[in-house]
Design a binder for this molecule. Sequence first.
Ligand code: ATR
Length: 266
Amino acid sequence: KDRYVVLGNPIAHSKSPFLHTHFAQQTQQNLDYRPLLAPLDEFDTTVNGFIAQGGKGANVTLPFKLQAFALCTELTPRAKAAGAVNTLLFKTGHIIGDNTDGCGLVNDIVHNAGVNLTGQRILLLGAGGAARGALLPLLECQPAQIVIANRTVARAEELATQFQPFGNVLASSFEAVNGAFDLIINATSASINAEVPPVPASVFSPNCFAYDMMYGNQPTVFMQHAAAQGATTRDGWGMLVEQAAEAFYLWRGVKPATDALLKQHP
Ligand code: ATR
């Protein structure tokens, strides 16, 4: 059996083994996918050990996505743009790094939620790794504009400068965001502290779609806030399912169907 793992710390609660085992059964691929706890200071040794045992590929989750990026001998353009790697593919003598998070986000918004992004105005809240990974896949949809708003404005400015060559990208503070948006994506970790980025209520137009990259068994505080302003909301479960499907496709060359898993929201 071809072997795959998801590397993280902690890792016990990862949904990836469940998602990939479902995909393998559905597409009749003979593979074994497990969680693998990497000690915080031994990510590289853990990866190399798994390669030595014949491992074919791995997913990478917190806090190792930057270390995975540094370890790769080859990177896909979207991994380079994201500056982080969530999917590894092992070929003799090579570690190939990809990032399927942004693609998973866009597939969930465009295909699963049916939101067209072409010519639309997008507000991206946050300027950390999650926001960075989303930018290139979002810009490939040719929106009219993306405004990146962040608590630390300098980080938003840095990202806007990096992605400006690929489209109309601006930076802002939360408070200074101007006008209404078709799509608002929460890529901050503020929800963990039950906080909502303090953007003006006017950013939520009546037809606005508000997406939180986080998910839980109830709507996040950001979704509750957006819904109260009249927005349609969605959480990040579909993004998780779609990033996994894209990783599975990279490894196996088969695109699994995601509809059954999308319905199994925790
Ligand atoms: P990730 O890889 O998940 O994006 P990160 O790189 O630590 O993690 O980035 C976290 C993001 O959430 C940042 O944009 C951060 O804002 P700062 O750049 O100002 O730190 C944002 N964030 C975290 N907690 C927040 C809060 N309580 N309110 C608003 N933004 C918050």
